[in-house]
Design a protein around this ligand. Sequence first.
Ligand code: SAH
Ligand code: SF4
Length: 378
Amino acid sequence: LVSLYNAFSKYLVSLYTRMLSVKKILEKEEISRDEIITLLSASNKEDIDCLLKTAYAVKEKYVGRKVYLRGLIELSNICKKNCLYCGIRSGNTKVTRYDMTDDEVLDVIEFAKANNFSSVVLQSGELCNEKFSKRITGLLKKIKSVTNENFRVTLSLGEQTEKTYREWFNAGAQRYLLRIESSDKNLYSKLHPNNKLHDYDERLNCLHTLKKIGYQVGTGVMIGLPFQTIENLADDLLFMKNFDIDMVGMGPYLEHEDTPLYEFKGDLLPLKNRFNLSLRMIAILRILMKDINIASTTALQSIDPMGRERGLKAGANVIMPNLTPGAQRKNYLLYENKPCIDDNADECIDCIGKRVGMIGEEIAQDYGDSLHYKKRQL
Ligand code: SAH
Ligand code: SF4
């Protein structure tokens, strides 16, 4: 009995010390790299709850209990790159390639407007040539002509030349999303073929160019990648803070059978751990960067049906409902088990309002420029 008592009191003391350290860290103004690592490694429920609650309080205070919707339009799955993790990489010959026409995109824009969306994201595989760049410029002008000044377009079309980025900015795109994927150059090189088309410095350079031009700049990383360490993730968060980004989209890495990285499937964290780690990444980032826009990504929802809501509860304030028409949607599989592949857009939107209401939040009516960006402009 005495030894049982001793073991129990030892457990209570260790629990108390750990709680104290996580709690103490969360009370600090500045959080160090080591402390971020402690937060990311927290494994007991009380610690994790404390982290998520603190992040939610920061979110409430700085950006409110509001969810911004961005309608995602997956323009095309044609890609010249061959990222080792991605299901639509050029090397995957099993994919049926498509390219939406401008009219198809404009139909989706009409649908978005009719459903009170004031923002869309145009995303696609990466093509970097004159024809593609002109085509997007033309499309942006058409979108501008059918929307008003209260509408925002985000582009997520990969690495481009400064000239192209400028042209698109001038044609009406205000925001750009380009994930760094991993801020660690060495890890980046393990996730991509080693050639000029997949160069870390080039990607980083693009982020600088986007900022210089005046875009609201978003980046992000995948979480739970093969070879990735907790230290890498802590550095990813510090990278985002030091780069002073305006928006973030980050989520769990999800393996795809027809990609080279699938070979390392056996070394990955279980899905549940990748999910929990992603929530912690969101929460810590919200604490580090109080007024940025953080997306609760679709990849979270692929693991847990309530994944997006849980992302919002961890500090995210943006969701990106997929508005890509069903016919194309099934061919834009970046990873396995992508949700809503069979749904049509209407069903998804209907449930989103209810789901957001369930967690005590509401869908924001304005277009939600990053508050951080606005401050940066002052
Ligand atoms: N071609 C553009 C945009 C489309 S890809 C680009 O690469 O920037 C959009 C994002 O999908 C990528 O940035 C990557 O982070 C994510 N992605 C690709 N494959 C993934 C996978 N297997 N698991 C999770 N996210 C993935
Ligand atoms: Fe192409 Fe983007 Fe996929 Fe890389 S992540 S293969 S650039 S679509």
